[in-house]
Write a protein that binds this ligand. Structure first.
Ligand SMILES: NC(=O)C1=CN([C@@H]2O[C@H](COP(=O)(O)OP(=O)(O)OC[C@H]3O[C@@H](n4cnc5c(N)ncnc54)[C@H](OP(=O)(O)O)[C@@H]3O)[C@@H](O)[C@H]2O)C=CC1
Ligand SMILES: Cc1cn([C@H]2C[C@H](O)[C@@H](COP(=O)(O)OP(=O)(O)O[C@H]3O[C@@H](C)C(=O)[C@@H](O)[C@H]3O)O2)c(=O)[nH]c1=O
Ligand SMILES: [Mg+2]
Length: 291
């Protein structure tokens, strides 16, 4: 089966590409700028027409959370209008779409893990534009899976693991927020979840369409995650530094992140009999470090 994936350099896109190379039954076609630009809806049509995939994976997005506060129109065009048009182009050809979304669609209030039943209430430009994107994708294409994930890390692109390791090389200590909780998720686990969903569609020609949460199997604070990163890094002779735990108030950012970002992931386990995901083990961390 052939999957068209949007974005050429994204974390999830590149991990899917790696997984596809190892799988004889899967062909991954990454489509990115300039040929495929979410701001140019005709380019989305062309990409689908040229590739003729069995499934479209909508992984490209405007992911600079703080910067989005200053560029709400651009974030909306990339995260909402673009995926909506992509879903429409796929639907016109009877092709399903797997669209990636985020824990940041939730406000972060309350202490319970967020289930798919919960009404989202995003408080950031990034989160709001991603939520509109979910809606536009769902409205444009009945054959949709909205896959919400969180705190993605990988050997590719920008992510918290890489940021922490860079800071460890430069600083004797790093201040990290200890009051925002979520599930660090390897982009390889996401890639494998997407392939599981795609394979099920390939055999059954239908799926239980809708919204699913998929994330790493442990909830922790960013400070906890930083500690894990440094301890794994140190085990393989890499950089480590002291973590100073601070509150969100002590680490002000342009975009205020949810306090509780933990995702409940039972629905995908039941529907797809799949929940093979991990937190931050040596293998993934070392992989992200590049060792
Ligand atoms: N990163 C995270 O922690 C999380 C991500 N998600 C969601 O998962 C998905 C994948 O995230 P991730 O792999 O980390 O994303 P990345 O930030 O690693 O990559 C985003 C990709 O989007 C591409 N892109 C940006 N603007 C456009 C555009 N106008 N047209 C075409 N492509 C564009 C970028 O292209 P280029 O390489 O050319 O810049 C890049 O390849 C996204 O939908 C994201 O919202 C959900 C939860 C957490
Ligand atoms: C760099 C740094 C960040 N932080 C805090 C800021 C923030 O609250 C938290 C994470 O910061 P980051 O900027 O790395 O992560 P952020 O961009 O908020 O990550 C988010 O990206 C989008 C795309 C998503 O969809 C989310 O799931 C989530 O992964 O850590 C520190 O406390 N100390 C530091 O030195
Ligand atoms: Mg292959």
């Amino acid at each position: 089966m052939k999957l068209l994936v949007t974005g050429r350099n994204g974390q999830v896109a590149r991990c899917l590409d790696d997984c596809g190379r190892d799988a004889a039954d899967v062909e991954i076609v990454l489509c990115g700028r300039p040929e495929l630009d979410l701001l140019d809806h005709a380019s989305l049509e062309r990409a689908i027409e040229n590739v003729r995939p069995d499934i479209v994976v909508s992984a490209a997005a405007y992911t600079a959370v703080d910067q989005a506060e200053d560029e709400p129109e651009l974030a909306h065009a990339v995260n909402a209008e673009g995926p909506g048009a992509l879903a429409h182009a796929a639907a016109a050809r009877g092709i399903p779409i797997i669209h990636l979304s985020t824990d940041y669609v939730f406000s972060g209030e309350g202490d319970e893990p967020h289930s798919e039943e919960e009404t989202p209430d995003p408080r950031t430009v990034y989160g709001r534009t991603k939520l509109v994107g979910e809606r536009l994708v769902a409205e444009a294409n009945p054959q949709h899976i909205i896959l919400r994930t969180a705190w993605v890390y990988s050997p590719y692109g920008k992510n918290f693991v890489k940021t922490m390791l860079k800071l460890a090389e430069e600083q004797d200590e790093v201040r990290v927020v200890d009051d925002q909780y979520g599930n660090p998720t390897s982009a390889y686990d996401i890639a494998n979840a997407i392939l599981t969903i795609a394979r099920k569609f390939d055999t059954e020609r239908t799926l239980l369409w809708g919204t699913y949460h998929f994330a790493g199997n442990e909830s922790m604070s960013w400070a906890d995650f930083a500690e894990r990163i440094f301890s794994d890094s140190a085990k393989s002779g890499g950089a480590r530094t002291r973590v100073i735990r601070v509150s969100s108030d002590e680490f002000p950012t342009k975009s205020v992140r949810p306090r509780n970002s933990t995702l409940e992931t039972e629905k995908i386990r039941v529907a797809f009999d799949y929940l093979n995901r991990r937190v931050v083990d040596d293998e993934y961390i070392n992989c992200a470090i590049g060792r």
